[in-house]
Each structure stands twice: as C-alpha cells, then as structure tokens.
Design a protein around this ligand. Structure first.
Ligand code: DQA
Length: 149
C-alpha cells in the first residue's frame, strides 16, 4: 500500500464557514474523511495534517521523507509566498501534487504565481473538494507508472 500525506496550510481549518462562495461548504474534516475512503479504495493509506504555521508545514514535509510515498499539498496562501516550502519539497524529493479548491488562475493576479508548482509533479485547481480525490488518483497513477519503469 502506498502512503500519502494530505497536507493543508493556513486557514483551511476554517473550510465550511470560510468564504463558502469561493471554497464551498465542505469542512476540512469532511475532506479528510473522503480522502481516507478514496485512498483506501485506490490502495493507498492517507495521513492528514493541517497547520496555520509555515514551520510546522515544513516539519511535516521533512518528516514525510522515508515515512510517506507522496504528498497532496494545499499550501493555502503560502503557495504564493513561501520559498521555504518550495525548498522543503525540493529537499525531500517526494512526489507532490499541488491542490487548490478554487481556480487560482481565475482569481487575483497575486494568486496566479505558485512557489509550489515548479517542485510539484502537477497542479489541480478549481474543482473544490473533489480536487483532493483527483490528486490522490494522480499520485497513485504516478506510483504505478514509476513502478513500471
Ligand atoms: C487556496 C487558494 C489560495 O490562494 C488561498 O490563499 C487559500 C486557499 C485554495 O484552496 O483555493 O487559502 O489554496
């Protein structure tokens, strides 16, 4: 079974009540439960973690090396600001799928740039909570392709 860390950054603990017109009405707990179920069906085990603190997210990425096979990451606003998160991902050399509930490219200009994108294997955005399941599928598909090589 492959192991996937579902990592959520700042303000995502408020999902469900935070700007539902942008992010939908699904809570983080609902998303995490759906990830657990979806991953199980796809033959993977999910561990979930959320923090509002950049350093805690970096620690979680470091701890994933050797304990996880890949990461689904919604870095929230740190996506657009954090060289440190980008460096952490590059350092652990784990496949990362970047997720955003909203379509960041259709929003304010400052959200168009992602520090995560250059070190991720791909980005999924604009599909709301469904994006997390899509990212799990993408990661499991990536593991399968890699094992063939
Ligand atoms: C977000 C998009 C970011 O721009 C924003 O700062 C968030 C959430 C999303 O999931 O759509 O906190 O990552």
């Amino acid at each position: 079974m492959s192991r996937i860390l579902v990592l959520n950054g700042p303000n995502l603990n408020l999902l469900g009540t935070r700007q539902p017109e942008v992010y939908g009405g699904t809570t983080l707990k609902m998303i995490e439960d759906a990830c657990q179920q979806h991953a199980q069906a796809a033959g993977a085990i999910v561990t979930c973690f959320q923090s509002n603190h950049e350093g805690a997210l970096i620690d979680a990425i470091h701890a994933a090396k050797g304990t996880q096979d890949g990461i689904v990451l919604n870095a929230g606003a740190y996506t657009h600001t954090s060289v440190a998160l980008m460096d952490a991902i590059a350092s652990v050399e784990l496949p990362v799928i970047e997720v955003h509930l909203s379509n960041i490219h259709a929003r304010e200009r400052f959200r168009h740039h992602s520090y995560i994108a250059p070190v991720a294997i791909g980005q999924i955005c604009g599909f709301g909570a469904l994006g997390y399941n899509l990212a799990i599928d993408a990661l499991v598909g990536h593991f399968k392709e890699r094992s063939k090589a």
